[in-house]
Design a protein around this ligand. Sequence first.
Ligand code: ADP
Ligand code: MG
Ligand code: ZN
Length: 196
Amino acid sequence: MMWRRGDRGWIEVICGPMFSGKSEELIRRVTRAAIARIPVQVFKPALDDRYATEQVVSHSALSVAAQPVSSAKELLLAVDDRTEVVGIDEGQFFDDELVDVADHLASTGMQVIVAGLDLDYLRRPFEPIPSLCGRAEYVTKTLAVCHRCGGPALYTQRIVKSDDLVVLGATGAYEARCRHCYSPEEGQQEALAIDS
Ligand code: ADP
Ligand code: MG
Ligand code: ZN
């Protein structure tokens, strides 16, 4: 099908390490849409109840109302036909179906904005964000400030002992680190120490 002027619907991904301003940027984009009176819905995974259950809150205390959902399918069912902008925070905590759900919503004309970690604390791809990047028209990579040296931080360093993939945003559990200050051993040795 030919692209026609006026066709709408696309995917935007905002990805990077913790503290890089992903939630802030998501909040900024959906708030602009809301100011323009464009119908917006924001979702977050139900497991992330760090600050408030029905809000997305940034580390800098910006917030926007958000609906917690426990799967990509539940998100799809919760999207209203009249919605034009769909914001999704903590996309890495959704199942892989989020890729097809975002794709579907974009195909029906919605602007879908997904924020999430692209890498886990061992720098492994954190699905479904990397796959979503491939399906997205626009990808913004956000960098934090390295907690150790102040340089550009693209990695999330776990600084507490745990080998679970997810240690939910516990304050003091993670730091943003630049390429030079990131140390995989720092998290892993401690995790191994618990195993043994
Ligand atoms: P993310 O969603 O990527 O974890 P947030 O949008 O919640 O990030 O928070 C970004 C805010 O966190 C920044 O604007 C700043 O106020 C604060 N912040 C705290 N530590 C850092 C850091 N090391 N680098 C950048 N921002 C930080
Ligand atoms: Mg965030
Ligand atoms: Zn550094």
